[in-house]
Design a protein around this ligand. Sequence first.
Ligand SMILES: C[S@@+](CC[C@H](N)C(=O)[O-])C[C@H]1O[C@@H](n2cnc3c(N)ncnc32)[C@H](O)[C@@H]1O
Length: 315
Amino acid sequence: MIKAEKQLDLSSINKSLKIKNNFSIENLATLYNGDCLDFLKTIPDKSIQLVVTSPPYNVGKAYEKKLRLEQYIAEQRKVIDECVRVLKDEGSICWEVGNYVDNGEIIPLDILLYDAFRQNDLQLRNRIIWHFRHGLHCSKRFSGRYETILWFTKTDNYTFNLDAIRVPQKYPGKKYFKGSKVGEYSCNPNGKNPSDVWDIPNVKSNHVEKTVHPCQFPIALVQRLILSLSNENDIVFDPFLGVGSTAVAAIINNRNAVGSELLKEYYDIACERVTLAHKGLLKIRPDAPVYEPIGNLSITKNPFLLNNEVIHENY
Ligand SMILES: C[S@@+](CC[C@H](N)C(=O)[O-])C[C@H]1O[C@@H](n2cnc3c(N)ncnc32)[C@H](O)[C@@H]1O
């Protein structure tokens, strides 16, 4: 688990932050207000370690023009091709998407976009399920409570820092009780692999990170990708930056942030959040376990919970 104190410990950043508009590998933060394809043209080949993004889903949000599905995929392909061009050989691309919904029919965008990456010879390392607990309540199908992140690498020689993103073991003190390792810990005391299913709250009204943007990344989500798939001082790029969640996560983890956002309203908020984050003043929800409700009673008040045992009959 990533501790809150670590997220806010900015003492190792001694460079002052001046947000630049034009790309240079030297910049700590380059945020461009405009179309991502125009911006991508200015980025040299093989200069980015990690691309993390959540593109428009073509569902008619205020910031997007709803296109025919084929046209939407064709537009996405152009951006994907360019992202592959600017990616370093040891780099990764993480494309986070949900569903396109057409007259009540669900069309999973990751399945439609998969070919665009494969045709660029990228390899899929994980299809991460991001599970969250809040959203619309559907009446004619099950309510949607996950989106997916396609994690692709450019080569087999890719960066993956598992130790940076371990989460607590379920039974951290468990030891071998027989055999040659008797008495030794049977699991890694530094925590376990977080798996490919991530339960991280989405940014809805009460979330401390909420801005006016309707679909922000939680910082904790993008931070896991940044810590595991890049190293300090690497460049992290988000072509569809929104209000800058990827850039914030990059800056607080000593990476260089690069992004492009079409709408001035979101771009300005992104610049403000990145500046605050660099000063250690942005409120961020730590990557901590999600609250588990037990019937109508909170965990601390539930008289049925003795010694932290969960009694399942109660809900
Ligand atoms: C799903 S949102 C991303 C939100 C972002 N992950 C965050 O945490 O704020 C997609 C964003 O892409 C922007 N956008 C759409 N088309 C774009 C383009 N061609 N170039 C740059 N940004 C674009 C939209 O304005 C929107 O803010």
